[in-house]
Design a protein around this ligand. Sequence first.
Ligand SMILES: [Zn+2]
Length: 327
Amino acid sequence: MFKESVNLQKLQVLKKRLKVDHPKYMDLENEIRMKTAGEYGEYSINYYLSLIPELKYDFQIVRGLRLPFKNSYFQIDTLLLFPSFFLILEVKHLTGTLHFDPNFHQLLQTKNIILPNNESIDETKSIPDPILQVKRQFNQLKDWFDDQGYTDYRGDSLVVLTNTNAIVKAISDNKKVQDFVVRSPGLSFRVEKLIRKHENDDYLYWEELKVISKQLKSSNVVRSNNDLEEFNVQVSDIHPGVFCTSCEVLLMVRVNGIWKCIVCNHVSKDAHVKTIDEYFLLFGNEISSRDCMWFLQLNSTYIARSILKSMKLNEVGNTFSKRYHKK
Ligand SMILES: [Zn+2]
């Protein structure tokens, strides 16, 4: 089943709690839309990767790589390591009609959009050329392999389109588009073709592949993402409080040890659990009773402390500076 990454969950919570008039609200919405499509695309190729006959062709899969390159980093979504070659997959979950134009390094996406008056029009926008993107990733990864001493290790790269409703067209260099772009149902056939293409190349032993896979993972630099900073969000831009678990409208108030929605009268014993989880996603895995008082909008530290205690979190520090860590 498709499950959002922690990064995406963070952005969702930020959006849920960010004031709608915040200048970066639209950017945040766009980022969430792109990330969701990206993660869904990655998830959906798993099935097609499983069709590659593994018993016949052993390979390693490495996902979500971010490797240092010169003074920056480069990212690879999915990398397959076969004994005779490596294969970079750039997964795109795009809708509409996709006009690939390699000569001008662009991809034009045309989508039918419905206007407020219910008329529909076609809208075309230019998006970064994924063929250029995988070629760049290929060169960067090849350099990385050279640096590690695997100079004869060959490779290829593909753009995988996972949305089966998208229509694909080539405006220029039809052959290049055919060489680099594949739709997910054709992925396993394309991979088998590449295996044949590389069958006379030098090959690595299975143990060496495992070593490379480990090296890649240990060189991986996880993006330290502070979403609050990235979207220029101040703590004062965040709505604190317990969202109603039924109508999802702020706020629930605590009455006699029970949360009660002031809009729909729904009651809950443990609505704070989800709210504290959201605090951890936004601000990191540590909370004090004072933070808790603010975020749950309580008027007593005593209640805040007893709620945190009831959640069986890890406690650090003495009574006055006690902090609670997510387990
Ligand atoms: Zn409610």
